[in-house]
Design a protein around this ligand. Sequence first.
Ligand SMILES: [Zn+2]
Length: 275
Amino acid sequence: MASFYDNHNHSQFSFDGSRTTIEASARAGRAAGLSGMCFTDHCDFFVPPVKAEFEHLVPEQFDIAAQQEEIDRVRELLPDFRIFKGIEIGLEEKSREENRRLLKEWKFDEVIASVHYLDDTDPFWGGYYEGKGWKEAYGHYLETICNEMILLGDFDIMGHFDYVARYAPYPECSICYRDFPDIFDTMFRYLAENGKALEINTKTYQDYKGRTPVLDPDILKRFRETGGEAVSLGSDSHDPARVGDKFRIYADFIKSCGFTHAAHFRKRQLVLEKI
Ligand SMILES: [Zn+2]
């Protein structure tokens, strides 16, 4: 029987995760039939002024010691369910040094590297898309993740490459391999050569203001062709109801693109489980 791990979840320790707790989400994941999950709370050392104005949060770091202690407590309550300690580290030019320092200082099972803010703007709160067509907006975001993750190096999963399409104002709401082959090839070679995972983030593929991005199978097929083995499933849940959301659908999708396993990480080591 396939065993599924949800590698991307937020808890009460993320600035935006107050709709759940580690215990509530872990119980939901266990009840949903997952084998385990990882809590990857947000850490963004730099928050653009446009967002800080709305939310008065500069920067967005979580209390790592408290989160890890709470995970230890919930592990004892649910001994038959695997709970991993993670972080979602925000790639941003201004955060490079602090990201490196933090990752040296703390131990995690898994590190997701992702981009939430770029060019002093926030795709969610706006600003980023102004004056850009869809191709420039998506292409520049992909280039930014690619460059920053390679500079960081110290991570396990490249998180939500298609975050930029989630909240975009264009009718073109899906990111396709054919539109950005060179950037994807550079990303995929780096991930494949370094044993890192490509994340399928199921939060992207849901309705947002009447538009629903879809996952392009050519992205996964090309990752496989370039030697990529590790694909990780993440719900990006901020509430218990979304833990493991649509995993069976996306596990089948991954299989149809040539993968037999899904990835997760324990103590920063890649584990591949049959799906
Ligand atoms: Zn994220």
